[in-house]
Design a protein around this ligand. Structure first.
Ligand SMILES: *[C@@H]1O[C@H](CO)[C@@H](O)[C@H](O)[C@H]1NC(C)=O
Ligand SMILES: *[C@@H]1O[C@H](CO)[C@@H](O)[C@H](O)[C@H]1NC(C)=O
Ligand SMILES: *[C@@H]1O[C@H](CO)[C@@H](O)[C@H](O)[C@H]1NC(C)=O
Ligand SMILES: *[C@@H]1O[C@H](CO)[C@@H](O)[C@H](O)[C@H]1NC(C)=O
Ligand SMILES: *[C@@H]1O[C@H](CO)[C@@H](O)[C@H](O)[C@H]1NC(C)=O
Ligand SMILES: *[C@@H]1O[C@H](CO)[C@@H](O)[C@H](O)[C@H]1NC(C)=O
Ligand SMILES: *[C@@H]1O[C@H](CO)[C@@H](O)[C@H](O)[C@H]1NC(C)=O
Length: 522
């Protein structure tokens, strides 16, 4: 009996010691740490610190999360308009801190070695702040799972070595920093749990190491805007969970490796603006692509016919390559297609007719190829189209009337083809059209008077056609018009006096017509 009693007394004693006494002092220390943080930072509009008062418990502070023992576990202050220099000496004394989130603020100054004392951090976000100086060694932060330092002004040599034992890290975002040029860091190749690697725009040079293929958990790999050279290693094909692969704006050469065929989960693939060559047949296996960007390379051969069956494809950009052959005719007909740009290739055959089937298409850019046939009538009702550019091809036939009057179209560029027929009165609906470029075709008939209602027109280029009749009097109502090219047609009658009311005009060419009378004084 007395034994049991004293046992209880001991328990009570311990309880007083550890369950009540200790936490109370930890808390008051932590209170001071957080008040130091508050006083170091200015907050201009969010009032986030209103509850941070010495009379409150730290666990009731706005954007602070405590653990069950009442110690500060998380500081979530991203996107709070904070200005100032971080008091890391205070912050890193919070022994239980596992999340420190300060992205998208205006924190400045240097990040000091004291960061290495935040031993329990699992989540660190200092991204998108105007810090200066180089980033310190953080090898001691071995529990990190997410590290965001992107877009934070860090320069000099990044301490790559401090990453080598961070075996739990899943998200590593270091891009958009002006680091010194460095080879692809080997240390990263050991971080087997990585699922998101963002190393874009941070001065990485040399080759992409084949061992990248060992990071088999990767879902997003973003290496764009660097100085990467050499070939894309075929081992990238082992990253079968990849959902996004960004390699654009580098100096990569060679062909797309066959291994890429295995990347069937890929939804976003961009290898634009490199020196890649060979055919693009491998993308035919990437059936889940939403966006495919391969522009400004030296790719040759045909566009894989499988693209015509891709059910999610919405953006396709293959411009400035050496591609030949036709486009799959069902291209863009499945999803809410947004744009195609295949300009400056050697593509042949007809324009796929159903890219605006879902009524969402914004740009059809197919200039400078060898497309033939007629402009499909389907585009005449594509009311979302802003840019319709098919110049310098071998298109023929009559332009579907609705094309002239697309309601939000900004540019109609159909020059340098063998198109014929009239410009129709539909043009009155093209209230946003700034450029009408239809020169070097076989258009004929009179210019519609309704052109005066296309009030946004800045450039009218209709030269080198067979237009006849008079220059519409209403042209004087086009107050933004700066260039009027009507030369080399069969226009007759007198030059309208109203032309003098085109207050923005800087260039008029009406040579080589059969105009008569005097040049109006206006
Ligand atoms: C904080 O804001 C106040 C008032 O706008 C200003 O006087 C002070 O200089 C600012 N402090 C810092 C560290 O930016
Ligand atoms: C950059 O960092 C922010 C946090 O500061 C994060 O939300 C964002 O996803 C990161 N972007 C990339 C591309 O890593
Ligand atoms: C990583 O761990 C190894 C083995 O324990 C050790 O030798 C090395 O110094 C560690 N690296 C860093 C940067 O701490
Ligand atoms: C690259 O990073 C710098 C900061 O180092 C930034 O100013 C620039 O906008 C970034 N470029 C791109 C294309 O994102
Ligand atoms: C692609 O998948 C095939 C079949 O699963 C496999 O034999 C091949 O090794 C894989 N290629 C790469 C580069 O992973
Ligand atoms: C497609 O491209 C447009 C224009 O650049 C962009 O706004 C949109 O987000 C892209 N869609 C996808 C799914 O990438
Ligand atoms: C038309 O395309 C050819 C190449 O296919 C090019 O040489 C020529 O300059 C282009 N003409 C115009 C007017 O853009």
């Amino acid at each position: 009996m007395s034994n049991a009693c004293s046992y209880h007394q001991i328990l009570l004693y311990f309880c007083l010691m550890f369950c009540f006494y200790l936490p109370c002092c930890v808390k008051s220390d932590e209170l001071q740490m957080l008040l130091n943080l508050k006083s170091a930072l200015n907050e201009s509009s969010t009032n986030v610190f209103d509850s941070w008062e010495s009379t409150n418990s730290v666990c009731s502070f706005n954007r602070i999360t405590c653990n069950t023992e009442g110690s500060v576990k998380e500081i979530e202050l991203s996107n709070q308009n904070l200005v100032g220099v971080l008091p890391l000496d205070s912050i890193c004394q919070l022994q239980s801190l596992d999340k420190l989130s300060l992205g998208f603020n205006s924190l400045h100054g240097e990040i000091t070695e004291e960061l290495g004392n935040c031993l329990n951090l699992q989540y660190l976000d200092l991204g998108n702040n105007p810090f200066t100086g180089s980033f310190p060694d953080i090898a001691s932060l071995s529990k990190l799972q997410s590290l965001y330092l992107n877009g934070s002004g860090f320069s000099g040599i990044f301490p790559w070595k401090s990453l080598e034992n961070m075996t739990d890290i899943a998200v590593l975002s270091l891009g958009d920093n002006p680091f010194d040029r460095a080879l692809f860091p080997d240390q990263i190749l050991k971080l087997k749990k990585l699922n998101w690697l963002y190393l874009a725009n941070c001065s990485i040079e040399g080759k992409i190491p084949p061992a990248i293929g060992d990071l088999t958990e990767l879902m997003e790999l973003e290496l764009q805007y660097n100085y990467l050279s050499g070939e894309i290693p075929m081992e990238i094909g082992k990253l079968h969970k990849l959902w996004q692969l960004e390699l654009y704006n580098n100096e990569l050469t060679g062909k797309l490796p066959v291994g890429l065929r295995n990347l069937t989960k890929l939804e976003f693939f961009d290898a634009s603006a490199n020196n890649l060559e060979g055919d693009i047949a491998v993308v035919g296996s990437m059936t889940n692509l939403i966006s495919l960007q391969l522009f400004e390379n030296k790719f040759s051969g045909g566009v894989p016919p499988e693209l015509g069956e891709f059910k999610k494809l919405v953006n396709l950009s293959l411009y400035t390559n050496l591609l030949t052959g036709p486009l799959p005719q069902k291209l863009g007909s499945w999803a809410e297609f947004n744009y195609i740009d295949v300009s400056e290739n050697f593509l042949t055959g007809p324009i796929p007719p159903d890219m605006c089937k879902k009524g969402t298409m914004r740009a059809l850019l197919m200039l400078q190829n060898k497309f033939s046939g007629e402009i499909p009538a389907t585009y005449a009702s594509c009311t979302t189209l802003k840019r319709f550019r098919v110049s310098n091809n071998s298109l023929s036939g009559i332009v579907p009337a609705g094309i002239w009057g697309l309601p939000v179209v900004d540019i109609i560029d159909i020059a340098y083809n063998q198109l014929e027929g009239p410009i129709t009165s539909d043009i009155k609906n093209a209230k946003q059209m700034g450029i009408l470029s239809a020169e070097f075709n076989q258009f004929s008939s009179e210019l519609p008077g309704e052109i005066s209602e296309a009030k946004s027109l800045v450039r009218i280029e209709l030269n080198d056609n067979q237009f006849s009749g008079k220059i519409p009097h209403g042209i004087g109502e086009l107050k933004r018009l700066s260039n009027l090219n009507l030369q080399n047609n069969r226009l007759s009658g007198s030059i309208p006096d109203s032309l003098g009311s085109c207050v923005s005009i800087s260039s008029i060419n009406i040579a080589d017509n059969v105009l008569s009378d005097k040049i109006p004084l206006s």
